[in-house]
Design a protein around this ligand. Sequence first.
Ligand SMILES: *Cc1c(COP(=O)(O)O)cnc(C)c1O
Length: 431
Amino acid sequence: MTDRVPSPDFTYAGGTLCAEALPLSGIAAEVGTPFYCYSLAGLARNYRALEAALAGLPATICYALKANSNQAVIAAFAGLGAGADVVSGGELRRALAAGVPAGRIVFSGVGKTQEEIALALRSGIHQLNAESEAELDLISAVAAGAGVTARVSLRINPDVDARTHDKISTGRKQDKFGIAIDRTLPAYARAAELPNLAPSGLAMHIGSQLLSLAPYRAAFGRLAEQVRALRAAGHDVISLDLGGGVGITYRDEAPPGFEDYAAVVRETVGGLGCDLMFEPGRSMVGNAGVLVARVLYLKDGGLRPVAVVDAAMNDLARPAMYGAYHAIVPVTQPQNSPDCVETDVVGPICESGDTFAVARSLPPLAPGDLVAFGSAGAYGSVMSSAYNSRPPAPEVLVSGERFAVVRARQTVDDLIRQEAVPDWLEPPEGA
Ligand SMILES: *Cc1c(COP(=O)(O)O)cnc(C)c1O
């Protein structure tokens, strides 16, 4: 079976792979390779689908910036009415700069600094999701210093296995996230007693790329039990933040639909009378983006043909980092269904981990061919680095027949300019 891009926004037309109505080859000719390309229609479709599934619930969708924090992407979601879930002061500044109203921003994360908390309070964001009792103390102190009352939710670790990749499971007892569920009541009581804190509810996020609803049902059920226990102890609980994590198709996975996800939400926490917040990232952007690269060389490897492309693990880290699968397709549609060849697809970086695919069934590739990596909109560009002094790839946003470069290609001069050689270093001999 050969790959296909699992997205209605990247399809072949006139023999060439297009982003909406634009041939990717044309964009490549203008901006060079490699580059990321996002579809505005895809972003909007994903957001609208979740919004429709949640209709009738008192729900706020806070797009999780960490999946893709390009300013244009954030602005697109802000334009659709989304809030933002941020996990650093940097993301908070990005959300504000892209026009997300402060009152629709929540700040999650296990290690917020005093400066980040101060920035959040100064900006007047909706709430901070606290992940430890020590953090409650710090938020209270910073809020007192600023003369404000901080609205906080307690992120609870429900001890539920999301049954996803180990590195993106976040809701098991051994994971670093949240307040242990059996500490909910004492932690909430502490938040209620501390000056300048207004505890409003509970939060959770059990992991990413979930392909089953069962972990959600278990975790939301535990959350509902905690709400009842808190109320029985006399506390107000007015909001629940249910996190993100719904998976997407990379290859042939069948992730839960938003309608079924919403049904689990209704069943478990829908009757509590709480405002609900959602923090989707991957499911909003993952399949609205591709990474386009060019084949540099084709060589006979020890076992099979190897295609060396001009994108690498510094551009798209997921295969090297998680062993992740991304569909790979030729941009020029193969004619007359040629025999596929098992091919390794690798980048130029000097380590074997820089391998995108092993023994992938692909139409025969030739140097100069363009290829697209599917499902690259989430955790793609945001994780890129300049390893091997390869400047991170540019990003392009397409809408219909228009495109714009929404992040310029960085240059090696940019990289060098940020560094300095101390004047007390001995100059090279003969210089
Ligand atoms: C990463 C993260 C999300 C988004 O997860 P996705 O799997 O991309 O939907 C939401 N909330 C928190 C707290 C996160 O850390």
